[in-house]
Design a protein around this ligand. Sequence first.
Ligand SMILES: Nc1ncnc2c1ncn2[C@@H]1O[C@H](COP(=O)(O)OP(=O)(O)OP(=O)(O)O)[C@@H](O)[C@H]1O
Ligand SMILES: [Mg+2]
Length: 214
Amino acid sequence: MIEQVTRLQGRPFTQPTSVDKVNEAKRFREAFLKVEPHFDAAKADRDILNSIFAWVWKDDSCNTLGFDYNKGLYFYGSLGLGKSITLKALQQYMNDLKRRDYKDWRLGMWWKTASELANLYACKGQPALIGYATDNLCVDELGREPIPALNYGTPMNVLQFLFQLRYDKRKEYLTHVTTNLEIDKIAPMYGDYIADRFLEMFNFVEFKGKSLRR
Ligand SMILES: Nc1ncnc2c1ncn2[C@@H]1O[C@H](COP(=O)(O)OP(=O)(O)OP(=O)(O)O)[C@@H](O)[C@H]1O
Ligand SMILES: [Mg+2]
């Protein structure tokens, strides 16, 4: 019951009092190396990495970008800047924390590309999307999906539909995004009302620089 009440009231990160932050920072780095064996922290944005770690542990001392701990992460920027591997590493780390029995509503993250979601609708129709209205979800490559997707000729802007559902549940489940869409491109693709809801759903994190693809 207490667990349930705290969940509904902003759900603080339930954690053992003695979290070994040095060890956790090491595990966090290892998650990046698992996703990308050539990962070089010097090529990444230190503020972004620190603030993501701060976001996980709700640690104001290293939250240099001022992330809101109860909102998801919207990684945007041009091609090859490490958005997907960064989110994948966070997913890896959060899932690892869950396996180690940490309790937090934000742990446990599923992964789908926007195109996979659009394709799911095209093949199986709207009912197949309902399963993606709940649970923490990473949407990779937002904006690269076909709009509209067609299911037996019936068109749908699939991500617009899903964001609407997920906005209603934003206090229970987080959404994270990687995309090349700048903030001002959201409204033209998904509508003004989705762009407005995004302000409540996401921390906007800009990745800058030149492509790191080799
Ligand atoms: N810090 C880093 N150290 C070494 N390599 C990196 C680093 N960040 C990214 N890379 C390399 O750049 C490639 C592109 O990274 P990633 O796929 O995450 O980019 P992205 O921003 O998601 O790009 P896109 O917008 O095209 O999807 C990775 O495969 C990886 O090899
Ligand atoms: Mg990517």
